[in-house]
Structures are given as structure tokens and as C-alpha cells.
Write a protein that binds this ligand. Structure first.
Ligand code: DGY
Length: 418
């Protein structure tokens, strides 16, 4: 165990740029939003001050409207596409123009609760608190314009689950007309069979150009996007983060922030019921443009275990994970292997990801399903022992996929073993 932790720390140190950590060399040479916040948990294991710095560096690039961008381009590097010249967001330090799952509130609370240096933690958490709160407010103001309680993503990259089967139908509405010529860089660093397709990339870029044409004005982007999807996983992470931020605010005597986030979490949890599917044993995405649920059995529908969902829902999700364990050697596959669209090697269309495993097992433990959580932890550790710190893994064979020496995978291993 101590040997694996030492190897994980080595990966974190290798990718550490001083005040932020890159996800992996080559493929992702900048700071990514949810990567960083989850990485902070691993950093906190051996350097608490450095862990807080990781999140502070990200929030130093928060937009004036409250959004926290999904990439901060701290340095010039042409090994990644699309770079700052494509985004053109006009920020002092270049950033992308979309956001990512809001794990910061959860990570800040966990770092604070575990801190050995309580004085340092209180000081650093207190400074982050209003920034995370502003991000949460931004979400509900800009991505839930009708006040329904749930936020929509307007680009698949926002979900973090870039090429999930969840987006296929809604993506039909996104055109590829007028996409400026480009060269992908990701497939120089990773096997193209493990990555999104060319058709998907065209549409990713079309959306970026479309939003850029609207001046990255968040007051307009949601309604102007042909892609508006309410992702249960994304919302559940935000709900958990809001509840955790409320607890953290309470501990620090910041009553207003506590009340606001408590209210957001409560309203959103109630609204989540609309996404539940008894037949799928999980939550489903809602296409906000058509108003219909999307028939896709992805891990996004299991992630809500991370939030304080009703007991029967958590129990059904635990049962679904057990069922998946009968179909895949390693859980939790990012898509149900029984679906003909499942692809064991292609990014978010089948492979296992340790960050998702971590969040689901954390939630299932809290809901009293420790044995299923244990199964997820065991799969995660088996993958590490057999295949190293990969970006993601084939759920049938355990083969390592995507980038190697991957930061958040290493951070999650430390979490699983502590
Ligand atoms: C990528 O480029 O693959 C990223 O997931 C987008 O953030």
C-alpha cells in the first residue's frame, strides 16, 4: 500500500508546475478545472498548503460574471488543440469559454475537514468561499434561466464526459457547417480508437465558434445553443458541492453563503426526481430543447449517488452497479456493456474512470451501501496494480487507455487507500 501511494505521489510531482498541476504531459499541458480540484485532494495528503494553492490558482482565473473556465492556458504550448487562438475569450490569461463539473465546493470542504493545520485551512477556505459561492450562483442564473432547479450544459466538454452516448441525439442538431480547418493534436498523444471521432470534433469546434461569435456573453449562450442538456451527473456534483459549501460556510460563520447554498441544493434535489428512470435503475439526461429524457444508460445516471438523493434511489443505483459487475470485470463502466453502442475502449463510451468511481463509492458509502462501494474501490485498485496510472481503462480487460502517468488517477488512488 505505501508503495502504491509513493508511486502515486511521484506522478503528482512529475506533473506539478509549481502552482497548478497538468493532467498529463503531452495530451493536456495546461490546468483543467475539475482535474485540479480533485488533484488537490491527493496533494493534501502530503502538502496541505500546496493543495489549497492548486484551487486558488484556478479561481484566480474566474470570470467577472462568476464562471470558472474549464481550461486555464497558463503557458504557451502548441501540443493541444483547441488552444487560445480558437477560444479567443479575451481574458488577461487565456482561458477556455465554457465550464466543467463543479467539484470545488466538495474538494474545499474535504480539505478543510481533514486538515492538520486548521488555522491555515480556515484562512485559505475563507478566501475561497465567496468565489465558489459566486460560481454556484452563476450556474443557476445562467444555466437555469427558467428557474427549474437544474442546470444545463451547452457543450459536451462541460460534462467532462466528452463523447458520452448521452450526447449523440442532441448532437444531431449541431451542424459541422463552416468549421474552420483544424488539426487535432490529441491523436498524436493517444490512440485515435480511444478518442472521440472526427465528426464529434467538428461539432465540438462548431459550438466553440458559435459561442465565440456571441462574444462569450453568458447571458446569451444558453438560449442560443442548439445543445442544452440537463445531465444528472453534472447536477448531482453541483448539488453535493452546494451542500458541502453550506457546511463549510457554517463552520466558518458565513451564514449568508450557508443559507444560499443550502437552498440551491434543496431545490435542485427535488427537481432531480424528474430525471429518474425506474426501468434503467438510474437517472437519465434531459434534452432541454425537446423536453424529453434521453434513453442512454451511462454512468452520468449513477453519479447522483454522490449527492443526498432519496434512499430508494441510492439503493437502486447500488443494485445497478452490482448488475454491471456481472457484465464487466471492472466497475464502473462509463456505459452499460449491454447497450449495442457500448465501446470498451473509446473514452466515455465504455471505459472505467477512477474519478467517477471515487464519487460513486463515496456516495454509496454514505448511503449505507458499503459493500458495493468496496467493490468499486477494489476494481479501482486492481486496475492500478495491473495497468498503472492510466487516464481510463477497458472495463472488460483492464487494458490501460488514453494518456499515461495521469494526475487525477494518481490522486484518486491516494484517496482510495487512505
Ligand atoms: C479534451 O480536449 O479532450 C478535453 O477533454 C476537453 O476539455
Amino acid at each position: 500500500t505505501s508503495d502504491i501511494i509513493a508511486r502515486a505521489v511521484e506522478v503528482l510531482r512529475e506533473n506539478d508546475q509549481g502552482a497548478y498541476t497538468i493532467p498529463t504531459k503531452g495530451l493536456y499541458p495546461f490546468q483543467w478545472n475539475w482535474d485540479s480540484c480533485l488533484t488537490a485532494l491527493g496533494l493534501g495528503h502530503y502538502d496541505e498548503a500546496r493543495a489549497w494553492t492548486e484551487m486558488e490558482t484556478l479561481f484566480a482565473h474566474q470570470w467577472p460574471d462568476g464562471m470558472v473556465p474549464h481550461i486555464v492556458f497558463h503557458v504557451w504550448n502548441d501540443s493541444y488543440f483547441p488552444g487560445p487562438d480558437v477560444w479567443r475569450t479575451g481574458r488577461p490569461t487565456a482561458t477556455s469559454g465554457i465550464t466543467q463539473p463543479a467539484v470545488a465546493g466538495f474538494a474545499a470542504r474535504r480539505l478543510f475537514d481533514r486538515a492538520n493545520d486548521k488555522k491555515l485551512a480556515a484562512e485559505r477556505a475563507r478566501a475561497l468561499l465567496p468565489k465558489i459561492d459566486a460560481w454556484h450562483r452563476w450556474f443557476y442564473e445562467n444555466r437555469d434561466p427558467k428557474g427549474e432547479g437544474l442546470v444545463a450544459i451547452i457543450h459536451p466538454w462541460e460534462s467532462g464526459r466528452d463523447n458520452s452516448i448521452d450526447w449523440d441525439e442532441a448532437f444531431e442538431r449541431v451542424s459541422a457547417e463552416g468549421v474552420e480547418p483544424y488539426t487535432r493534436r490529441d491523436i498524436l498523444h493517444a490512440d485515435p480508437a480511444h478518442r472521440p471521432t472526427r465528426e464529434q470534433y467538428d461539432r465540438y469546434i462548431w459550438l466553440v465558434q458559435h459561442f465565440r461569435g456571441l462574444g462569450w456573453d453568458n447571458a446569451r449562450l444558453h438560449d442560443a445553443s442548439p445543445f442544452q442538456v440537463v445531465d444528472p451527473g453534472f447536477n448531482a456534483i453541483l448539488i453535493r458541492a452546494a451542500a458541502d459549501l453550506a457546511d463549510l460556510a457554517e463552520a466558518l460563520g458565513e451564514t449568508e453563503i450557508a443559507i444560499a447554498n443550502r437552498g440551491r441544493a434543496r431545490k435542485a434535489l427535488a427537481a432531480m426526481e424528474r430525471l429518474w428512470s425506474e426501468t434503467h435503475g438510474r437517472y437519465l439526461c434531459l434534452d432541454r430543447v425537446t423536453g424529453e429524457l434521453i434513453d442512454s444508460a451511462s454512468v452520468g445516471g449513477l453519479l447522483p449517488a454522490f449527492a443526498a438523493i432519496p434512499r430508494p434511489r441510492a439503493a437502486a443505483i447500488a443494485a445497478t452497479v452490482e448488475r454491471l459487475a456481472g457484465k464487466a470485470r471492472y466497475v464502473v463502466p462509463s456505459h452499460d456493456p449491454g447497450d449495442p453502442r457500448f465501446d470498451a475502449k473509446r473514452y466515455w463510451r465504455g471505459p472505467v474512470w477512477l474519478v467517477v468511481n471515487y464519487m460513486i463509492s463515496d456516495g454509496l458509502t454514505a448511503a449505507g451501501h458499503g459493500h458495493v462501494a468496496q467493490r468499486i474501490t477494489q476494481s479501482s485498485l486492481d486496475l492500478i496494480r495491473g495497468s498503472g496510472f492510466a487516464e481510463y481503462y477497458d472495463p472488460l480487460t483492464g487494458e490501460p487507455l488514453g494518456g499515461g502517468r495521469f494526475t487525477w488517477t494518481a490522486a484518486m488512488v491516494i484517496e482510495f487507500l487512505r
